[in-house]
Design a protein around this ligand. Structure first.
Ligand SMILES: [Zn+2]
Length: 348
């Protein structure tokens, strides 16, 4: 079945209200996935820093004698060649003390240092990340959340984020990635436009490696969730957003963005977005299993609150969201989250 956006909703739009209890779990209207949220991916595109480039040669010094020979072309050529020779002699002659005017340090650089490194290709469907075994669970103590307190939310998000960082660190380290740890923030301002039918609970910004929880929206959803189930719901939310961070650190998020920008149709763009979101949902399953006690009811609770409702053109059908969450929860390798290599029916 082709899944097309209904009602003219742009990609990234939140779900509409009548679609049941599946609110905009982690809808990404803004600023994700605005183009400015995506710097060049660290994994796939690397530019040598400026200090790898040799400095320009020093200007010819006055008094070299070049000026007086500029009467004819031949003389000029001789002069330039003499000048070159003199520079060479200067820098090759051992000195007891370096000249105060500076030395041509470019000669200290090897040619290989000035050359750009080999390009690293990121294949979102065949990525070394998928070879990684599921990370071992970590002990995770989270502070009790006081939903009406902004400070409590900040503490909770930071604490859960720390657990997820500890969980994922071995995976990223094994890939040779020195990923910057994300920041955690809360905001009282919803990024959703006034006429949005759903709402954004949290979002990830690659530019700032930051996860932000939208307080008015998590409070609105939290009021509809049983008190004894809320913590698992928020752990899943944080796990999903941290999944976007893993995508960012591995270069997958940047490629995904490029795929969307270069899509030939709205359907293709939504396909790329859903694969990204469903992969993050699968990583939420990895996070849930890794930072909770792994009780089976955790999965049920999260599915009941997030994945039991309507189908979303941006985040997938309810069935597929639940499928991918369980993949991450239950399978032996991160490769179980390879939504980019999945059949179309699994990412509708
Ligand atoms: Zn997401």
């Amino acid at each position: 079945m082709e899944n097309r956006p209904g009602g003219g909703e742009p990609p990234g739009a939140a779900p509409s209200g009548p679609q049941g209890p599946g609110p905009a779990h982690h809808a990404v209207r803004a600023p994700w996935p605005a183009p400015t949220a995506y710097p060049a991916p660290g994994y796939g595109a690397f530019r040598p820093p400026p200090w790898h480039m040799p400095p320009p040669p020093p200007p010819p010094s006055a008094g070299s004698g070049a000026g007086v020979l500029f009467g004819a072309g031949v003389a000029a050529a001789v002069a330039l060649s003499a000048l070159g020779a003199s520079v060479l002699i200067v820098v090759n002659t051992p000195r007891e003390a370096p000249p105060t005017g500076g030395t041509d340090v470019s000669l200290h650089y090897e040619d290989t240092m000035a050359a750009p490194p080999n390009a690293v290709t990121v294949d979102v469907a065949d990525h070394p990340l998928y070879e990684a075994p599921m990370p071992e669970p970590v002990d995770c103590e989270t502070p009790e959340l006081q939903p009406e307190s902004d400070e409590s939310w900040q503490d909770f998000a930071t604490s859960v984020g720390g657990c997820l960082e500890e969980l994922w660190a071995p995976v990223l380290t094994d890939l040779g990635l020195a990923a910057e740890a994300p920041e955690f923030a809360v905001t009282t301002e919803s990024p959703d436009p006034a006429d949005a039918e759903g709402y954004t609970l949290a979002y990830y910004e690659g530019d700032f490696t930051r996860i932000t929880v939208v307080l008015p929206n998590v409070r609105e959803l939290g009021a509809q969730v049983r008190p004894d189930e809320r913590e698992e719901v928020w752990l899943a939310l944080m796990g999903h957003e941290y999944g976007h961070h893993v995508q960012h650190a591995t270069g997958i998020l940047g490629i995904s963005h490029d795929l969307r920008m270069s899509a030939g149709s709205e359907a293709d763009e939504l396909d790329a977005l859903r694969r990204t979101e469903l992969q993050a949902e699968c990583m939420a399953g990895i996070g849930l299993r890794g930072i909770t006690d792994g009780g089976a009811d955790t999965l049920e609770v999260v599915n009941a609150n997030f994945n039991g409702g309507g189908d979303l053109p941006t985040h997938g059908t309810a069935v597929n969201r639940a499928f991918w969450l369980e993949q991450g929860w239950s399978q032996p390798t991160v490769g179980s989250c390879n939504t980019y290599g999945a059949e179309e029916g699994q990412v509708l």
